[in-house]
Design a protein around this ligand. Sequence first.
Ligand SMILES: *Cc1c(COP(=O)(O)O)cnc(C)c1O
Length: 468
Amino acid sequence: MAESPAPDPRAGLPAMDRLLALPAVAALEAAWGRTTVRTEARQVLADARAGLASGSPVPGVDALIQTLTHRLEALPGRGPRALFNLTGTVIHTNLGRAPLPAAAIAAMATAAGTTDLEFDLPSGRRGERDHHVERLLCELTGAEAATVVNNNAAAVLLLLNTFAEGREVPVSRGELVEIGGSFRLPDIMRRAGARLVEIGTTNRTHASDYTESIGPETGMLLKVHPSNYVITGFQQEVTIGELAGIAHAHGLPLGWDLGSGSLVDLSRFGLEREPTPGEALTAGADLVTFSGDKLLGGPQAGIIVGSRSAVEALRRNPLKRALRVDKVTLAALAAVLRLYGRDETLRQELPVLRLLTRTQTEIRALAYRLRTPLAEALGPPWEVEVVDLASQIGSGALPVASLASAGLAIEPLLERGRNAALEQLHRRLRRLPTPVVGRIQQERLLLDLRCLEDEPGFLAQLPEIAAA
Ligand SMILES: *Cc1c(COP(=O)(O)O)cnc(C)c1O
């Protein structure tokens, strides 16, 4: 008697139509969009078929849906996600810089609808979008006028293009900086149409270097905060006061790119002193530019404060229109600036300051609370230890200042393959619903807990680490 052929295992797989008709898949379609779900579902079925051909068992419908869900969750481009920044760098450019205060988040939600962005409610006429923040910025810095653009790079671009297009700008060689991958001062100057005249040397620039470089072609003088590096030792720079004297004697405007630009004297909070925009203006700068999302603790923005006539000149430049900020940014910035109006609550309400001033004792106590739950969730071969660490401010602010911190060091008790195991664990942590980003150093995964405020949220994810 002829043997009956073995049943085709592929018959056990649901057809695409049946899979798509399942309520669970319909729910995925509602969340992810039809095209995306169909593309991924087709791939899940193709993978399952390939698996069968190589002898894997027929996956059940629940397993297929789970695979589909995982594929969808791993897709890139779903928009920025919330995560735990345990890198030890507080204002981390790759991780969205300053976390915003609750007041700013609420203001952003309100502004997201229809607003009086460029509308003057009392008169019913067209308004000016800068007015939402100008008064506050002037109050906090003593400036006559203020304007806001997309970021500080845009602020510097606008400044140079307005006052020095087709003209020369002498800049000290000690200030020709690169900040992060894409902001290099000489490149920005070229794009602004300004001609860079390099003066002085890397470590020393004198007043005479400026005066000797000024000629009929000079458009403005510019000072740049070196931000992410410091020059120590045999060093000299020209103070802003001296520069103001030179600029104004020649009828030139003086700009200062402050970079991080804190609105308050940080030494009050035990941090290193940085010149504030207000001090820069008092010392004689006509225009000062700084970022909204570095030490200021607000949204991404480039803030420019200075004399009324200089700010008016910036507003008349058509580039201002191309670099302007949206209503949501303005709402967040206004809310953050209002926090600066109340000194006694600022440190508590502004996340950047709260995180930068957190004490090592407090962070260490948090590390001791998390050590055992984390060790238990990880299981062997992992060992978890409480360690003292040094956090950084980040974003080029006070580059050599480090903040005494604490955290957890995770180490694999393995003879070999320690680095691969660490990389794999780090990847697992980055795949959590709220990803955890730490840093690997000397064969340990370090979680600096300075920026961990949502302790219950962190603990709630531990079972997922165990399951992974
Ligand atoms: C950070 C920085 C910039 C760039 O600012 P963004 O807001 O990131 O565009 C420019 N100049 C200096 C000195 C900086 O520190």
